[in-house]
Write a protein that binds this ligand. Sequence first.
Ligand SMILES: Nc1ncnc2c1ncn2[C@@H]1O[C@H](COP(=O)(O)OP(=O)(O)OP(=O)(O)O)[C@@H](O)[C@H]1O
Length: 819
Amino acid sequence: MTALRVSAVTKTFPGVTALDEVALEVGAGEVHGVVGENGAGKSTLMAVISGALVPDRGTVEVGGRAMDGGPNLARELGVAIVRQEPALLPDLTVAENLYLKVPPAHRPQPGAMSRWAEGCLREWDQETRIRPDARVSQLVAEERFIVEISAALSSRPKVLILDEPTEHLGERDVERLFDKVRALARQGCAVIYISHRIREVRAVAGVITVLRDGRVRGTYPVDALSESDIVALIIGRTLDATFPAKPALAPHASPRLELVDFRGVDLRVGPGEVVGLAGIEGNGQRETLRALAGLGGARGEVRVDGTAVRVHRPRSARRHGFAFLPGDRHREGVLGELSVAENIVFRNLGSASRWGVVSARRSRELVAATLDGLAVKAASESAPIASLSGGNQQKAVLGSILATDPRVLLIDEPTQGVDVGSKVEIYSYLRRLAADTGTAILVVSSDALELAGLCDRVLVFSRGAVVAELSGAELTEERITSAALTASTGRRQAAKGGAGRLLSWLAGDSAPAILIAATMVALGVYVATRNPMYFSAFNISSLLALVVPLMFVAMAQTTVMMVGAIDLSVGPLMGFLVVVGSFFLTAEDALGRQALGWILIVVVAIAVSALNWALVDALKLPPLVATLATFFALQSGSLLLRPQPGGVIGTRIVTGLGAQIGVVPVVFLVAVAGAIVLQFALRRSWAGLALRAVGSDERRAGMAGARAATIRLAAFVGCGLLTAAAAVCLIAQVGSGDPAAGTTYTLTSISAAAIGGASIFGGRGSFLGAVLGALLVQQILGAIPFLSLSTAWESYLVGALTLVAVATFSKSRQLSEVA
Ligand SMILES: Nc1ncnc2c1ncn2[C@@H]1O[C@H](COP(=O)(O)OP(=O)(O)OP(=O)(O)O)[C@@H](O)[C@H]1O
């Protein structure tokens, strides 16, 4: 039975025909390998099948149904995909990502999400210690792939697409994956397996389709082809040898690189020598390489050509002749928005410049030489590097690093995503570089065959120490794998010290609330020791009453910040609503007119926030500019309606809104209850997740089925409604239509939201944090008179606190991500 039928699909991009009349059929229970050179069109074809791209011509049918409804329909029809770059949302937790990625029918109750996610991960591997509550931005590439694969497996797919899933996986994980793939196929799932590791394709697939230049070159049963037959079909010629010959090294040459007790490793690497660092992931090999690149953890002595050097930062490592190719290309390798040429020039500013100015001629020559050197295929050098196929991105980044003319080259996964033909070119390029310039090369790779073929020596790591050294005849793929496996049985968890744990906690969601509460208590105690009147019932009750508008408007601001926007118009909107209210809510107004006033307040708030949304989403104005325009429009509107304050609000309304239970105003309790409900919805509902997902990464959230524009509209309208609530509380406080009433709330709302943990980049924030942030800001404002300080201190203290809070949260997030 045919599970997937692709008929005559054509897809073009400017300057490239990525797919040309492609046809493919995959039967239920079949594992179908798709192979081809870099840029052959494999990922584009998978994007079409999974609904992420619409073809120019041709059709895709899944289980007999035409696939014409984007990613959501594809998911509904049972298509699951593991992409070359896992499409995970960095600000959300592992559990939340898994939840969003599986089709709605397979999702657990939001409350049971964590336990369910643990089950999904444990199904992958009993030992895997990926915590369901870890934020995805804190995971290394291998872990991100495991999460992406677990999500695809947990969605019980009918068609499973795996696009180079093993580039970051160790030997055991690859085996584990193949077991799962075979089990799924036995249950009738159709699997498409894309990889440049031909051995893997042969091991798992029954049928192979070869793509070249966007066209299908043939479909064959795997058994009918040898490995070299497949290579010949892919690149159109046969290869003599994959790995270049290893030249004899000068026996007494003084070492180019020397490590003395560097993270416990002693090592001498001669000029032109290629040394591999192997081991099961997480045993210290990658960390050692990264430490040499200046990315942290450098302890011990490092000498280059006999001179001791410090490699505590990337800059200092570069200055001493180290060049580093990061293994996590998507996160650390490419600058996605910049062009191919800019990516190359940026890494070689020294050689591309003259008198400190980038020279057009030198840049052109540098870019041409780099692209030619590794035969990078790009529609144009001014195209964004993200539009290149994965393998071509890798070659472009590697080329830009090789062009820096290093004395020591540190390369992490040199050929990830690179096709068989280009791998051979890269290996011989590295060998030539080592032989011609004496560059010492250290390589980390999850592919033991690559290490055995490319390196003169391989050091095997276990628990941070070198446990075996292989060279000469001993240097085989089997020896590397067995040395790694016998030395350590599993992945080592990076042991987090006290500082690491503190950082993780600071980067988490509960830190802002706890830190604010602690600061409030400390401030309260301090002020009370200076002035005993501070804790009087009157003072507490007026503080709580005054803070309520700020609490609501801080929640409003948090809502839009969550989707990566900011709303400057909240303050003037509050003022405008107060002015509107002052025409309908006076003692003389009849009940009907008063009801109309309340309705108008809500309608105006919704209209203004919908306008803000339209400016941002339809006109594509930056939120800062769009809401600044509404800021001024609203302020002028208020002044036009009420050039002078006027319209006294009816006493019944003022006293009603000012009702208290003991010393606590009722509206305060309403605000707190609202914050609790919203916080719960933010963490435990699809809407809350979608809100954070869109703020975290709109494109990926879209792939998970979230409609970004609708969600942003909901966020803006939510912001408007919460601002209306703030305005209602303000009406009772001001008591009349004052056009300037709300203006100061714009900045204080941003401060309170940021102190509460919201990020202006979206994806993060907390309603409880915002409410506590508002309380702290108000507490500071209220404490100034008790300390007999001038009012200037209001700005100093609130400003400083905002700065400290934002710096602490963003820095801790940054550091915990690197860790
Ligand atoms: N968004 C895009 N904009 C412009 N060109 C694109 C875009 N996506 C893909 N291409 C081009 O389409 C062609 C096919 O790319 P695709 O990513 O499908 O190749 P691939 O076979 O998956 O390669 P690799 O093995 O390197 O991953 C390439 O020339 C690529 O540059």
